[in-house]
Ligand binder design. Structure first.
Ligand code: FAD
Ligand code: NAP
Length: 339
């Protein structure tokens, strides 16, 4: 079946903020062929093409004068299996969390700390998704992307992706690479990452001293469900700002004025400041103006109480950025992709 193009489609169901803007044209890709057809159509009609997955890392500030292509390709397959190390490949449109659960059900560990992150497999490399001490770069085995400039397929290995903190080559070169499928190196031997305080604590509370990867996944799901708003209930895009990486001397200076400031040392000698702490300390937690606000339980999350526009959310984010810069001399960088 060939690609179905729909004109003037509301993107409200396709972004987790629930912002109501329209796409000039909308289509869903169920195969590589659909992707190529969409690219050809956009090219021949001089239309920009915006690729989306689950829309959980987007801030849409106006109607999208483009062909919006939602990746809906499905399929998961084992590529290699040496009895211990298993490389598994998933198509871009596979929903992330069900994929994680499927790997755990197959006795494969590696993705458990990344449980309950919304979105799709294809978007995961875009910002090298991370949580509770693990990033996809830690289990990454390769991906296949379409070069939108040349129309050619290219395989990327770990080094070629330039993964960083919530960053990658694909984020640095917006609009160039369309990720079709991603491969992960998982293991039948569990090597768990429990260094994030709340994870170990939750497991202990449950009386689990020798956890399995599935136990870790369940503990993380329960922690996240308590702390983070469910986009199906309250619009949000997760953390709205990255945790800023700053020189250790700057943290030492901040500590003199704010002894309880939260910061974590990085391998390169820098410190990662908890942006949520800065925003909360500045008094923004629970702030609401109209339908745009800052979540009551997690100051890093901006929320849409229903009718906020992308512009209103952006305006609130910029006010927070200015305030944090004035108070703490720290620049906050927005995490969601803005269109
Ligand atoms: P989208 O929002 O649809 O797209 C994101 C970007 O990727 C856009 O620029 C889009 O153009 C591009 N893109 C999407 N698919 C493709 C593709 N196949 N090829 C090329 N480009 C593509 N993130 C974390 O890192 N850690 C977390 O713990 C986390 N928790 C979250 C919790 C909540 C409640 C929410 C709402 C978000 C959270 N996020 C987190 C952010 C978000 O879920 C992730 O960044 C996720 O990977 C986005 O996937 P998506 O499919 O929704 O991408
Ligand atoms: P949290 O546990 O309250 O911690 C606050 C911040 O401190 C986190 O952002 C985290 O940085 C950092 N941190 C905490 N413990 C750390 C440790 N032992 N070592 C190094 N850094 C530490 O954070 P939270 O908001 O509840 O989120 C929990 C995890 O889920 C975090 O990893 C967070 O990144 C992830 N998450 C991400 C999003 C998103 O949209 N990007 C949304 C929700 C949750 P890091 O963020 O760098 O880990």
């Amino acid at each position: 079946m060939s690609l179905q193009f729909q004109p003037l489609v509301s993107l409200k169901p396709f972004n987790s903020f629930g912002v109501d803007v329209k796409a000039r044209l909308f289509a869903e890709a169920h195969s590589d062929q659909d992707v190529r057809e969409a690219l050809a159509y956009a090219g021949s009609h001089a239309l920009p093409l915006l690729v989306i997955g689950g829309g959980s890392n987007l801030l849409l500030t106006a109607d999208i004068d483009a062909l919006v292509l939602r990746m809906a390709t499905r399929g998961i397959q084992i590529v290699t299996d040496d009895g211990e190390r298993v490389v598994i490949e998933a198509q871009a449109g596979e929903p992330w969390h069900p994929f994680v659960l499927q790997t755990l059900a197959q006795g494969l560990s590696g993705l458990e700390n990344l449980s309950l992150i919304p979105g799709t497999v294809g978007a995961a490399p875009m910002q090298n998704i991370g949580a509770y001490g693990v990033e996809i770069k830690d289990v990454f085995a390769g991906l296949t992307a379409l070069d939108r400039h040349s129309g050619e397929l290219r395989d990327f290995n770990l080094a070629e992706c330039s993964f960083g903190y919530r960053d990658s080559l694909f984020k640095q070169q917006p609009g160039r690479w369309l990720i079709l499928r991603v491969r992960f190196a998982l293991s039948r031997v569990e090597r768990l990452h429990l260094e994030y305080g709340p994870v170990r604590q939750r497991l202990s509370e449950q009386g689990i001293e020798q956890p399995t990867a599935s136990d870790v996944s369940q503990a993380i799901c329960s922690i996240r469900s308590e702390k983070l708003p469910d986009p199906a209930v309250l619009g949000n895009a997760g953390s709205f700002f990255k945790n800023p990486l700053v020189p250790a001397a700057q943290v030492a200076q901040l500590k003199r004025q704010y002894p309880d400031v939260v910061a974590y040392p990085q391998a390169d000698g820098q410190m990662k400041l908890a942006a949520g702490w800065l925003i909360e300390r500045a008094g923004w937690k629970g702030f609401r103006e109209g339908d745009a606000g800052v979540h009551k339980l997690q100051a890093l999350v901006l929320v849409n109480y229903g009718g906020a526009t992308g512009g209103e959310l952006l305006d609130l984010a910029q006010r927070i950025q200015r305030d944090i810069a004035e108070r703490f001399h720290v620049e906050l960088e927005m995490e969601p992709n803005r269109y």
